[in-house]
Design a protein around this ligand. Structure first.
Ligand code: MTE
Length: 385
């Protein structure tokens, strides 16, 4: 069998009106006090770019009120020439577009057993947007970043109490100095052709493509170049892989790159399909490389995962290094009964999805194979596609 998959081109980059109707409303997850957590229905992941109205939201605290007249971005720490910039000054810097995906590290937490700590996202805490911004690297070079820099800390203006903490904290997250100097790491002021909305980080946010969403800090106020790794709550507790029974370092690792993953976007879990030919659809991504292949298996409810037959899906042309790849899989489902569709992606570095989630205390980075149970039944609705 050929290792180069056939590819198709998605007909439109923007969602159609039909999608808008089919995808609403968004689902709200139970928030911690003042927080806002909204996930996208899987049907709204079928377009190249997720409309802002349908893009997931993950806010730990209330959206801060920001008056642009007072707002400044400070760049300081291990730099020879600290900067303090107004919104106007940032808008006048050279900008570039970047189509990139963000996935929350807690996405798909609800399918981890036993249930870990945190918001029980299903699979919709992921989206791709067209961002416009200025490379962080340009500003770090202008500020004369020192050679000893190890990490770069982003501080947001939002603050509040996290569950289990007595004192208020503000949102802060660091990335490695290498990632901060990557030309694709941007300070962004536009999303999908509009200035950032309040809930997505107005006036300025980081976009760190390839890393889980916690690094794309919103409502930025300060960027601090550090000589030591940042030890704040969000870096070492909220977004760290914490597990038992391994060496001290392995037990406590910061969350960074997005793991390879795919989701079935059609049919929905629990669907009833008419017997006939069906085109199964989905989406796949990885933070460390292109999607090399997606395999689909359609098995019975009780079949063990190892026994299944995995067949290649047809992939869409990737639209950007940091965006997702859509896929399709045509199959005759003529025999009435109960089935489970499973999809498994592999990236160009050879990373592939595990069949089961590896447990950690916060259920982070769950990229286990998506499983969609459904029934094929005569006279069922919706009709075969
Ligand atoms: N930045 C600030 N200041 N406060 C936050 O709560 N949440 C982070 C990140 N940036 C967060 C933040 C997390 S966990 C994710 S997944 C992304 O924002 C979500 O971005 P979105 O809400 O624009 O989709």
């Amino acid at each position: 069998m050929s290792t180069t998959p056939a590819r198709f081109t998605r007909p439109t980059a923007e969602p159609t009106g039909e999608n808008e109707v089919r995808n609403s409303p968004l689902e709200v997850r139970p928030p911690t006090p003042d927080a806002l957590c909204i996930e996208s229905p899987l049907a709204s992941l079928e377009t190249a770019v997720t409309p802002t109205s349908h893009f997931f939201v993950r806010n730990h605290f209330a959206v801060p009120h920001i008056d642009l007249r007072d707002w400044r971005l400070a760049i300081e720490g291990e730099v020879d020439r600290p900067l303090l910039l107004t919104y106007e000054e940032i808008r006048n810097l050279p900008h570039r577009p970047l189509r990139a995906l963000i996935e929350c590290a807690g996405n798909s937490r609800s399918s981890v057993r036993p249930h870990p700590e945190g918001v029980l996202w299903r699979n919709g805490a992921v989206g791709t947007a067209e961002w416009v911004g200025t490379p962080l690297r340009d500003l770090l070079e202008r500020a004369k970043i020192r050679p000893g820099a190890v990490e770069v800390l982003f501080e947001g203006l939002d603050h509040g109490k996290e569950p289990g903490l007595d004192a208020e904290i503000s949102y802060g997250m660091s990335i490695t100095a290498d990632k901060a100097l990557d030309p694709d790491t941007l300070l962004v002021d536009e999303m999908n052709g509009q200035p950032l909305s309040a809930r997505h980080g107005f006036p300025l946010r980081a976009i760190v493509p390839g890393w889980y969403g916690m690094a794309s800090v919103k409502w930025l106020s300060r960027i601090v170049v550090l000589q030591q790794p940042f030890e704040g709550y969000f870096r070492t507790r909220a977004y760290a892989f914490i597990s038992e029974g391994e060496s001290a370092e392995a037990r406590h690792r910061p969350v960074t790159s997005v793991r390879v993953k795919s989701l079935v976007t059609w049919p929905k879990e629990g669907s009833v399909l008419a017997p006939g030919a069906h085109r199964i659809r989905g989406v796949a991504w990885s933070g460390v490389g292109r999607i090399a292949r997606v395999e689909v298996s359609i098995g019975g409810l009780r079949e063990s995962l190892e026994e299944e037959t995995w067949l290649p899906a047809v992939l869409s042309e990737p639209e950007s290094r940091h965006a997702w790849t859509h896929w399709e899989f045509a199959r005759e489902l003529t025999r009435p009964g109960f089935y489970v569709i499973r999809a498994r992606a592999t990236d160009e570095k050879g990373n592939t999805q595990p069949l089961e989630a590896k447990w950690n205390f916060r259920g982070l980075g769950n990229n286990s194979v998506h499983q969609v149970p459904l029934e094929v039944r005569a006279k069922a609705s919706p009709r075969a596609k």
